[in-house]
Ligand binder design. Structure first.
Ligand SMILES: Nc1ncnc2c1ncn2[C@@H]1O[C@H](COP(=O)(O)OP(=O)(O)OP(=O)(O)O)[C@@H](O)[C@H]1O
Length: 328
């Protein structure tokens, strides 16, 4: 069966104050049916741009320069206003980072749920949906205004809204980042369970590598507006083949050994003013050679994943040696 989402050679530009910035530079991504795919990368790598491009929910200053995006075989790039509305309403569900800004502060939850479900749902139907999102006093929640709920409860309301029309794809942008650390895992579990019950796919945009290692089937690592490594979560996160993925893991909180400090990634991510002609990571890369500054690496299969690095075999071999030494 074909992939649910296919993004090919996508170039998106932002027209800012006097300068053009590329948000995506020939990005490629597929989301399989029923899978959970996490997109990771530093701030500015292009996660939001690629995630929001799936529903063409980009700000007005964004332009799709070239490339294709299809969801369930339908072109998102060429869709007219009505087709787009239908796609967003019937096939996509969104969970954003901050539930308090996603909810309307002036409206009780019941009315907001009615809008999300569509038609004239009964109170029982709304209560059942809230209960599925593990809100055990749905009557009280329905009567409440958003500010009367805790952050975790508000995010569960957003999750209930996101799955209300049984979407084929849930796009979750840092779904637990604004929540208390103690409830993040539980909210993620609810989201994952509802995704599974609905047979939907999910794309999670996140900085939290530990969270996604537990909840994503595959991981796409973005850098400089491209997916530079993509594969099964365990493969990519335990034995990275791109030097940037390796650096991202070494810099991730929770990965420090006792008495050791995290290794920050030196330098800053690029701000792209045009299509890259070389490896965008080259100025920060510890193993860069002249070839990296002269030729842009294209995506290719290496050690059971797809990676854009001229020296991916070398990185993969080094990381699997380290992994073996650690498990011996
Ligand atoms: N509205 C905008 N106007 C101009 N440039 C933008 C705009 N939105 C994003 N960009 C630029 O596009 C590039 C990709 O940004 P994007 O927001 O997609 O990254 P991100 O990985 O989602 O970052 P974050 O984790 O901070 O959300 C960056 O260089 C960013 O500065």
């Amino acid at each position: 069966m074909s992939a649910l989402v296919e993004i090919r050679d996508l170039v998106i530009a932002y027209d800012g104050a006097g300068a053009m910035t590329l948000g995506l530079d020939s990005a490629e991504l597929t989301v399989a049916r029923g899978e959970t795919l996490a997109i990771v990368g530093e701030s500015g790598s292009g996660k939001t741009t690629i995630g929001m491009s799936i529903g063409r929910l980009l700000p007005p200053e964004a332009r799709i320069e070239s490339g294709t995006i299809t969801v369930d075989g339908v072109s998102v790039v060429n869709a007219d206003a009505e087709a787009l509305r239908q796609l967003r309403r019937d096939h996509l569900g969104f969970v954003f980072q901050n539930p308090m800004t996603a909810l309307d502060p002036t409206m009780r939850i019941e009315r907001q749920m009615v809008r999300a479900i569509g038609g004239k749902p009964s109170r029982d139907a709304i209560a059942a949906l809230l209960r599925r999102a593990e809100l055990d006093d749905p009557d009280r929640v329905m009567r409440s205004f958003p500010h009367e709920l805790s952050g975790g409860m508000a995010q569960r309301v957003i999750i209930a809204m996101a799955i209300a029309r049984s979407p084929k794809l849930i796009i979750a942008d840092e779904p637990t980042a604004s929540l208390d650390a103690s409830i993040r895992e539980k909210v993620m579990e609810t989201l994952g369970r509802l995704r599974e019950e609905n047979g939907a796919s999910m794309v999670i945009l996140s900085h939290d590598l530990r969270l996604i290692s537990r909840h994503a089937d595959r991981v796409a690592v973005m850098y400089g507006g491209r997916v530079v490594e993509i594969g099964q979560s365990a493969t990519v996160l335990e034995r990275p083949a791109h030097p940037y993925t390796r650096a991202l893991i070494a810099a991730a909180a929770g990965n420090e050994k006792p008495g050791e400090r995290l290794e920050p990634i030196l330098g800053a991510p690029p701000v792209l003013r045009g299509p890259g002609l070389k490896c965008a990571y080259e100025p920060r890369c510890g193993i860069a050679r002249p070839e990296c500054a002269n030729n842009r690496p294209e995506a290719r299969p290496v050690a059971a994943r797809t990676v854009c690095c001229h020296f991916a075999e070398e990185v993969a071999a080094a990381t699997s040696d380290t992994e073996e030494a650690r498990t011996e």
